[in-house]
Write a protein that binds this ligand. Sequence first.
Ligand code: NAD
Ligand code: MG
Length: 396
Amino acid sequence: MRAVSILGATGSVGQSTLDLIRRDRDAYRVVALTGGANIAQLAADARELGAGLAVTADEDRLGDLRDALAGSGVEAAAGRAALNEAAARPADWVMSAIVGAAGLAPGLRALETGATLALANKESLVTAGPLVMAAARASGARILPVDSEHSAIFQALTGEDMGTVTRVIITASGGAFRDWPAERLARATVAEASMHPNWDMGQRITIDSASMFNKALEMIEAREFFGLAPAQIEVLIHPQSLIHALVGFNDGALMAHVGPPDMRHAIGYALNWPERRALPVAALDLAAEGVLEFRAPDEARAPALRLARAVMEEGGLAGAIFNAAKERALDHFIAGRIGFVAMAPLVEEVLERMLAAPEARAARGGDDLTLDRVAGMDHLARQCADLVAREITERG
Ligand code: NAD
Ligand code: MG
């Protein structure tokens, strides 16, 4: 039996992970499940799967979680320290599927124990890639990518020599607004941005797909995970979302990974690795698909991609600033305080202001990243983002 924990169990990736575990119940012992405000879901899953521990991130809901778990034998806990404690409980395999920078610290704790970390939380690598990779090296833990593009790259690289890789192409569906004329984007609503043409995901990543910030995060994630140079990372619009990524080699070959847009493929690959096992994923009928389309992204419509390149060149704490500013820009958009097209200028302005600060400059090389420095910069960048958001609102 494998001991597994799922951080962010109540979310989209977390629920897909539990779906796979349920199908092979006897193969797993569930150590810990964590969630947020959805106490009913967390408690129901913890009871059903006989988890040792259930943790809500929300300190104020401990009483509710205890009540919901009464008589079940599942231990209940709440708050940030409890999340870290859950992540550090001995397990063979830990799914990191919290959304946002909040996923960084628990993921690091899991890596420190030597557990295999299935990494959906791309923000970990964006905010602190060198730190995360070093933590894995230090304990001998393995990180397996769960983001579909990165799982695709990982699979295409199996048996290959990294020295022969010349380029990596990450595909993007283009999100909810890929066919909208540019002038209509300024009036895009939260509801419109929350509908993805191909993938069923959490609301935040869905809006990030529409703004291309998701692809921007994924470029940085690819750089950190695979040790690529920024110039080796390309983005290609592919509306069908069937090819998730391609790896280019020095002989001109491109190895593509093709599969239906179902996260259970990438999650299942990470769960079963190094084996491949049958998964409840539809077989692709390419004849029925008929056509696969590709086009270059329009960088004028997707300033997030340009910002990602600048962040990669800068290194150090730039990723933490970028992610924090993006998270706050998204909060302000969801709350109706700024428009859809104001998110990228907000993030750019925060990057400019924060990178001029001595704390950011000092960490340029990235070798001296610590969790405290990343958390400190994250905090400052969020304050700066709130200030810039107010300025944008006042300008009207
Ligand atoms: P989601 O919003 O559906 O779920 C997020 C989970 O994190 C929930 O369990 C929630 O309770 C928890 N959470 C939220 N804020 C928290 C906090 N401050 N502290 C602790 N826990 C918190 O998100 P999702 O779509 O499942 O995405 C999870 C991660 O996986 C993200 O990093 C996302 O970018 C990545 N990812 C998701 C998909 C997808 O298909 N949904 C695909 C690729 C990558
Ligand atoms: Mg992805």
